[in-house]
Design a protein around this ligand. Structure first.
Ligand code: FNR
Length: 380
């Protein structure tokens, strides 16, 4: 389609090499917001390791395998998805574009890709749900200190048609992020990313004075309860009790944690280091993936994120044991640079490139991609 449009002189508004979106965002968007999105923990070593680990793995294409007809659809947690892809939960999207989560959610819906709404959404979850019609939507929980707020979030998410619960485990404290520290920039401090909380009856009930009268106190209250480093595995029983759909734990890197997730009655894990934003010096997500998949691949749905930028990254993640991948920063840059159209551009480029990688490597469907599609890992 892009080549054919080129015959009439029409070139894409954004680059088709999605690794270039970050540099474009750095040039065109305000330093505070772009620093928040692009920034990582510590010296950025984990984010770099995520890319390096994916790059280290190499595909060994097979020839003459009749790849004329292909089908990207994939079953994930009992749902048939058009491709092994979902948009990762990213909070505070208002810093990127005034249409924020609604634009990202509409783009996902238009492409049939599940949208995972962050707890730290700058738009109340009901409004995002309304923008999506009956499209597939999952809810990400920041599992904080206030049980009543958690219970209320789960009830609201269920009522608004969110079907899968994604519980993020790696952010019970915000990490050391120099780009934000150096600019004294944290969106939450400006009340951005708090709308889900500020509209929540249980959250409002915990305030000494109404949000409208004292918004700064409400922001401080939010900062005090959104994470809870005191949580441990037995606490998951509360979530299992209050959510009857699938539950996926996001931020699992150790095979033993994946086994504990299975023992706790969870349905899946996302192998993720939060895009390198939490533990500087952490194992690359792609290096953790095969070990987690070997430990629990037969008991849990294994998803993957952190560092996915290209179609071959998606292919490699499947080969390393993931059922599907979540995409983070690239769609956020697409949103910042061109709103809903920018997010759609990113999804379509990624899936088109993945389809070509699949075909050119001798495969017709995601399910046939396994470790044998990769060259031996030189570090093994
Ligand atoms: C995130 N991520 C995230 N995760 C989550 O569970 N809830 C959230 O609210 C957020 N917020 C958020 C904001 C920003 C600006 C970024 C970049 C990331 C993490 C996200 O879901 C995902 O794990 C990573 O973005 C994946 O890595 P890549 O694709 O960005 O390399």
């Amino acid at each position: 389609e892009i080549y054919l449009n080129g015959m009439t002189g029409a070139v894409p508004r954004l680059p088709t090499d999605l690794t270039r979106l970050e540099e474009l965002a750095e040039l065109r968007l305000a330093p505070g917001p772009v620093g928040y999105v692009a920034g990582s923990a510590g010296d950025g070593s984990t984010a770099r390791a995520n890319r390096a680990a994916l790059a280290r793995h190499r595909i060994v294409p097979r020839m003459l395998r009749d790849v004329g007809e292909r089908d990207l659809s994939t079953e994930v947690l009992g749902r048939s998805l058009p491709a092994p892809l979902a948009l990762a939960p990213v909070g505070v999207l208002q810093i990127m574009h005034p249409d924020a989560e609604r634009a990202a959610a509409r783009a996902a819906a238009a492409q049939g890709v599940p949208y995972i709404l962050s707890s730290a959404s700058s738009t109340p979850m009901e409004q995002v749900a309304e923008a999506m019609g009956d499209a597939e939507r999952w809810f990400q929980l920041y599992w904080g200190k206030d049980r009543e707020v958690t219970r209320s979030f789960l009830g609201r998410a269920k009522a608004a048609g969110f079907s899968v619960l994604v519980v993020t485990l790696d952010t019970q404290l915000l990490a050391w992020r120099p780009r934000d520290l150096d600019q004294a920039y944290l969106p939450f401090v400006h009340g951005v990313g708090t709308a889900n909380y500020f509209t929540d009856p249980a959250f409002r009930a915990g305030l000494a004075r109404p949000v409208e009268e004292d918004p700064n106190a409400a922001v401080l209250h939010f900062l005090g309860l959104f994470g809870d480093p005191g949580k441990s595995w037995p606490d998951l029983a509360f979530l299992r009790e209050h959510w009857d759909g699938p539950i996926v734990l996001k931020g699992v890197l150790h095979p033993d944690d994946a086994r504990l997730a299975a023992d706790a009655g969870m349905d899946g894990v996302v192998v993720s280091n939060h895009g390198g934003r939490q533990v500087a010096g952490s194992v690359a997500a792609a290096d953790a993936l095969p070990r987690v998949a070997a430990a629990v691949g037969d008991r849990l749905t294994v998803l993957f994120d952190s560092g996915v930028r290209t179609g071959d990254d998606v292919f490699k993640a499947l080969a390393l044991g993931a059922r599907a991948v979540l995409l983070g920063r690239p769609y956020v840059y697409g949103l910042g640079l061109d709103g809903q159209a920018g997010v759609e551009h990113v999804i379509r480029c990624l899936l088109a490139e993945f389809d070509l990688t699949l075909a050119l490597s001798g495969h017709t469907r995601p399910g046939s991609v396994s470790a044998t599609a990769l060259a031996p890992d030189p570090t093994d």
